[in-house]
Design a binder for this molecule. Structure first.
Ligand SMILES: *Cc1c(COP(=O)(O)O)cnc(C)c1O
Length: 394
């Protein structure tokens, strides 16, 4: 049965619902609503709807259900809820489960919008949030209390690629009955074993490697059937952050090629990191797959690969970083990641501009730091491009 399929088979077949036409490629059910044969049928469906019965696209839709089932099968989760963006998934997962007076412990190194949700929004509703250094287990242990309701972290942080040990933090959280919510974007669904390692809830921005071709925003919350249907679904369907059927179709087709793309991007990233390490214009090459990375052992144990992202620190600071970026001929200056096109970002002046200089320094976001998302171009072309741009940055 489909539960025994290997990931590559699940990625192209799981969740498929064929209409009476027997289409090969998944159909896009671009409809907001569904017709009931009789008033009695409508009444019955509002009381309880079966697997193939839908009410309204904000509540669910056949194309969206296909995406949810496929990504849940791949992740090894009981169920999934698809959302309009990665941030709708992060805010939906947390807000649906928390209430005034709850305590949350979170890693400090977060994507800017995740930090905003935890620091500015949840606290406004009386949720207490304690931030810790995600790589420091003593800090997690000291911060997690008997009344801690949830812990939150990015398993591989943006943009400095710090690893949080899912197994170790989950063990500390579960001792206190806290729910472990992992933003797993940088680890990707291809390498993730997060649920087996102890995560209760796994979140992806589907905008990144799942689409992988820069077309659409989307997100997904994965967890137990109980959590997804009893906690997340009522919140999402009434607050409106659901995924559109058209987006779900893009994401379904994205999943089919995601394994091939992410493995090729990872192999390329590893080769580029090795080649650039020790370059005189760079004070640091940060790539978890390198033995020099402080969390190399954790990343190999946790996902068995270094991932598709690296970070370069230009020795000449912001001016050198800008000269490097401006000299690129293949790599693009933008802020998506996981894309087929290689994308470079200067976090200090863009994604993390909102933070104070002290906060950036604490997170290792120096003026010379450049985040690199490796795409599907020929590795040799990327290496040549980075070398010529580093020469121009001198
Ligand atoms: C991009 C990203 C998000 C937000 O996803 P969107 O689809 O842009 O809303 C959340 N967490 C991480 C780690 C991300 O990289």
């Amino acid at each position: 049965m489909s539960n025994d399929w290997k990931p590559a088979t699940k990625a192209v077949h799981s969740g498929t619902r064929r209409s009476q036409y027997g289409e090969v490629s998944e159909a896009i059910f671009l409809t907001q609503g569904f017709v009931y044969e009789t008033a009695e049928h409508a009444e019955a469906r509002f009381i309880s709807s079966g697997d193939d019965e839908f009410i309204y696209a904000r509540y669910g839709n056949p194309t969206v259900a296909m995406f949810e089932e496929r990504i849940a099968a791949l992740e090894g989760a009981e169920d999934a809820f698809a959302t309009a963006s990665g941030m709708a998934a992060v805010s939906g997962a947390l807000t649906s489960m928390l209430k005034t007076g709850d305590h949350v412990v979170s890693a400090r190194a977060l994507f800017g919008s995740c930090l905003y949700v935890l620091e500015e929004i949840l606290t406004r509703y009386g949720v207490e949030v304690t931030f810790v250094d995600g790589a420091n287990l003593d800090e997690w242990e000291a911060a997690i209390r008997p009344d801690t309701r949830a812990v939150f972290f990015e398993s591989m942080s943006n943009p400095t690629l710090q690893l949080v040990d899912i197994e170790a933090v989950s063990a500390l959280a579960h001792r206190n009955g806290a729910t472990v919510v992992v933003d797993n974007v940088f680890s990707t669904p291809v390498y993730s074993k997060a649920i087996a390692q102890g995560a209760d809830v796994v979140i992806y921005s589907a905008t990144k490697h799942i689409d992988g071709q820069g077309r659409a925003l989307g997100g997904v919350i994965l967890g137990t059937r109980e959590f997804i249907r009893k906690t997340v679904e009522p919140y999402m369907k009434h607050t409106g952050g659901s995924m559109s059927p058209f987006t779900a179709w893009i994401m379904l087709k994205g999943i089919e090629t995601m394994g091939l793309r992410v493995r090729a991007q990872t192999a390329s990233a590893a080769q580029i990191a090795q080649t650039l390490e020790g370059h005189p214009a760079l004070s640091k090459v940060i790539y978890p797959g390198l033995e020099s990375h402080p969390h190399h052992e954790v990343v190999m144990r946790q996902i068995g690969a270094g991932g598709t992202m690296l970070a370069l620190e230009l020795a000449g600071g912001k001016d050198a970083a800008f000269r490097f970026l401006n000299a690129l001929k293949v790599g693009l200056i933008s802020n998506n990641l996981g894309d087929a096109k290689s994308i470079l970002t200067h976090p200090a002046t863009t994604t993390h501009q909102r933070l104070s200089e002290e906060q950036r320094a604490e997170l290792g976001i120096s003026p010379g730091l450049v985040r690199v998302s490796i795409g599907l171009e020929d590795t040799a072309d990327l290496i040549a491009d980075f070398h010529q741009a580093l020469d121009a940055a001198k």
